[in-house]
Write a protein that binds this ligand. Structure first.
Ligand SMILES: Cc1ncc(COP(=O)(O)O)c(C=O)c1O
Length: 399
């Protein structure tokens, strides 16, 4: 029976579209996942060790972060308005200053999410006479931002820098301003952008660099400023976008850069001022988390060590790990077949390990994979057991 409001034809159309998705193995499950700790969760009543979050530094449950959040939440929950109208409280102002100080920039501007920061920034910077060169495997929010901007979009591959250089040389004169946009850590395989190389190309052709440090902030660099710090290009990146929802353990997006950049975005980025501001308590939590990141580098070191350990275990188990730096906390284990990736992930779940299967369209056809995301709180034992079970499950399903 087709249920729901509205006309029947509409409901039937949805049912048939969903059926088609199911037949091509692209229908997504709506799971209920309750976290018990930074590394364990309950899924449908089953206790699992989770390798599925972006809580790389375990800050979603850090006592300082919890205290800051709870004290502020006792006063108010929602911001009640967009930042432009009445939603920008003293917590928001303090968080913007804290981000600017952390990033070493003149200024910073908050957005309701990392997704909104990416779409809003790209749409407001790239105008009709402009062009943008975007990496093929950039996050969906960067892709959407480029597509929704008024400028011309060119797509490049990070594995072909010479071709990128050629493309820009051929096109540069046709556009007023040209931008290059890249993730610094690619979320589907944990690889890093080669930022010095991209900056060289950008400098040669008078191109403005925009980077998304969503998975880099807190994780890479001596003080946690991400891949820009690790690769020593901070001073060459005029537009740095980040999120507070991953290693920072909270919610929200930001742009860090010059006062002029932040003022321009404050005036023009629609996803910022046509959306309610972050809850003040989230800002309080994020300020505390940035302090932990600045003061406690041990978490970052442990995370890197766990990532190395996991890769060594996976290699020893003869599993095909996609190449990425050893300390990257995102590890992709190639499966290939879409169905098999989902089956392996499900069987692993039944053994008490949550390692999501990733299929097209999130990744290229034929490259379905399991993605293991690490937290500094994972123990070597948890990692070893997960890899052991993964090897067993893959062996048994391929037999
Ligand atoms: C590379 C990248 N950029 C941006 C985002 C969006 O960030 P948020 O979850 O804060 O909206 C994500 C989230 O998955 C991401 O992986």
């Amino acid at each position: 029976m087709t249920e729901g409001r509205g006309n029947n034809a509409f409901q039937q159309r949805l049912a048939s579209l969903l059926k088609h998705r199911e037949s091509v193995h692209q229908r997504r499950l709506r799971r209920c996942v309750n976290a018990i700790s930074t590394t364990e969760c309950l899924i449908d009543g089953r206790r699992c060790i989770s390798f599925a979050t972006n809580d790389y530094l375990g800050l979603t449950r850090h006592p300082d972060v919890l205290t800051a959040f709870t004290e502020a939440a006792a006063e108010q929950v929602g911001a009640g308005a967009s930042a432009l109208i009445a939603g920008r409280s003293a917590y928001h102002v303090r968080l913007e200053s804290a981000i600017a100080e952390f990033e070493g920039t003149e200024s910073a501007l908050l957005f309701p999410s990392g997704f909104a920061a990416n779409t809003g920034t790209l749409m407001s910077l790239i105008g009709r006479p402009d062009a943008v060169f975007s990496e093929r495997e950039n996050h969906a929010s960067l892709i959407d931002g480029c597509r929704s901007s008024a400028g011309k979009l060119f797509v490049y591959s990070r594995w072909e820098p010479d071709r990128l250089d050629d493309m820009i040389s051929q096109q540069r004169a046709n556009y007023e301003a040209v931008f290059m946009v890249t993730d610094t850590v690619f979320s589907m395989d944990g690889t890093l952008a080669d930022l010095p190389q991209l900056c060289e190309i950008a400098d040669r052709h008078d191109v403005t660099m925009i980077v998304d440090e969503a998975h880099g902030t807190g994780v890479f660099g001596a003080t946690g400023r991400g891949v820009c710090e690790l690769q020593q290009v901070d001073h060459r990146i005029p537009v740095k976008i980040g999120t507070l929802s991953k290693a920072v353990g909270n919610l929200g997006g930001f742009v860090a850069g010059s006062t002029a950049l932040c003022e321009w975005l404050w005036n023009t980025a629609r996803s910022q001022f046509f959306s309610t501001a972050l809850p003040p308590a989230v800002c309080a939590g994020a300020i505390a988390a940035l302090q932990v990141i600045a003061q406690d580098s041990e978490r970052r070191r442990t995370l890197g060590a766990r990532a190395k350990f996991a890769r060594a275990c996976l290699r020893e188990a003869d599993l095909e790990v996609l190449t990425a730096p050893d300390t990257s906390p995102i590890i992709a284990i190639l499966i290939g077949d879409d169905d098999l990736a989902v089956r392996v992930s499900q069987l692993l779940l039944e053994k008490g390990f949550f390692v999501p299967g990733i299929r097209p369209p999130s990744v290229a056809r034929g490259t379905a994979r399991l993605r293991m995301s690490l937290c500094c709180d994972h123990s070597e034992d948890q990692i070893r057991s997960a890899v052991y079970q993964l090897r067993e499950v893959i062996r048994n399903t391929r037999r």
